[in-house]
Design a protein around this ligand. Sequence first.
Ligand SMILES: [Zn+2]
Length: 56
Amino acid sequence: MAAKAKSKGETGKSETMEIKFKCRLCEKNKPLEDMRTVTRFSPVLVVCKDCAKIQR
Ligand SMILES: [Zn+2]
């Protein structure tokens, strides 16, 4: 009887979907992959990709 592998690397990484950023222009919360940093402004503006498209 082989012992079952019980430790399957459960490190509790279940909050990855909770990470969201607030767009500085439309003030909507978006995931990180939809965020863009507009470096042409100072301080750097963090906006969503939709607003970043408008800014160009
Ligand atoms: Zn936006």
